[in-house]
Design a protein around this ligand. Sequence first.
Ligand code: 6PG
Length: 467
Amino acid sequence: MERATIGLVGLGTMGAALALNIAEKGHRIAVWNRTGSVTTAFHAGAGDLAGNIVPTDSLSDLVAAISPPRAIILMVPAGQPVDDQIAQLRPLMGPLDMIIDAGNANFHDTERRAAAAEAAGVAFLGIGVSGGEEGARHGPSIMGGGPKAGWDRVAPVLQSIAARHGDTPCATWMGPRGAGHFVKTVHNGIEYADMQMIAEVYGVMRDGLGLSAPEIAEVLERWNTGILRSYLIEISGAVARATDPLSGAAMLDVIVDAAGQKGTGRWTAIEAQHLAAPVPVIEAAVMARNVSARRDERRAGEAAFGAGPQRLSVDLADLEGAMIAGKILCYAQGFTMLAAASETYGWGVPLPECAKVWRAGCIIRSDMLDHMSAALTEDPARNLILAPAFSAHLKAQHGALRRVVAAAALAGHAMPALSAGLAWFDLMRTGRGTANMIQAQRDFFGAHGFERTDGRPGKHGPWGAHG
Ligand code: 6PG
């Protein structure tokens, strides 16, 4: 029997979709799943693609079905299951064979697994795959990490299944070891932030302006024809437009206001703190999801203090402007964090490529990312807010962001992400800040010392023992 080009372990939703995508692009793929009946059912349901799929019922059969040097994609839940699967597979594989973890791994795990693979002289890739089930099936965005030679070996397959922006496949090597999974983590942090900012302006439209869900859909649909054109604005318009088949009410109005999460957005916030790379919009988005889940406490708060959001008056044009400014600020923070991580871990992540790989296939895909990739190509070291195209937007729109955040604050609407973006923006344009007070306090209670503005000698103030 003809051997397969590649193998895949784990036929859950994402694994199955990815396997079908690979088969559809003309590659022969061998598959294995822990529960054998899942493999059989998957193969039976693959229709025309079944001829390109080799179902196997043991890991050794899987390995034997692939032509060496082998590459096997793992699509199993992140964490211990990945380690368990590697431990079972590795002894069956040759030194040139490669394991590819395509799950949503914590990049620290990927760094550890890469180091173990390197020590054993075998190749291991950690790749971030974005786009949900639909993306996995018809074209995800793929952020690769691991040895470049290993990536190059499987790049033809991965690029053939990836989404395309024009002629460019959205499947790119981001650097060694955990780089790919780190880029995916930042992607997810930005995903949380984009979603939260949309939720905030939705709240202003619903509770502040009293718009109905279909009216809100109309606004979002209009925004999706302008600068904000993106997958998340598009689907937000679609969900606002939808009617609940059970009650006939707007679908949005019958959905409980408590958000779930699997944790990758939280990882972004945690890593940002480790790196001292501020991503306040993302942190605020993670915080807001956590608060959303505490429904009982929020209800108790409303009973104690009265309902937060009151009617307010803002222009829809200002709301759109606030979103434009907030999005730029958020991405500027995300790219700066990526640069900091890349330097700390020695990955050499190409920021323009990262913006390019997010242009299609992934959840945060948007027109703006195309302009961001151009700005980062001009000067990858410059903060995005200083790139002429984006500083022009910010100059035009920060007033709108300010008016929206101010009106929201006065009317009791929480806008954690947008207001965090505004606060960061104002900090970033304050040449003379207020941390001289912090330095004085630190010196006062701990003799930590400070630097003087006038260059004169002395690094302590005239207080107590340190005067
Ligand atoms: C993607 C998404 C995906 C993520 C879901 C759910 O890029 O396709 O980021 O990987 O798992 O969006 O994430 P939460 O459950 O944390 O919201």
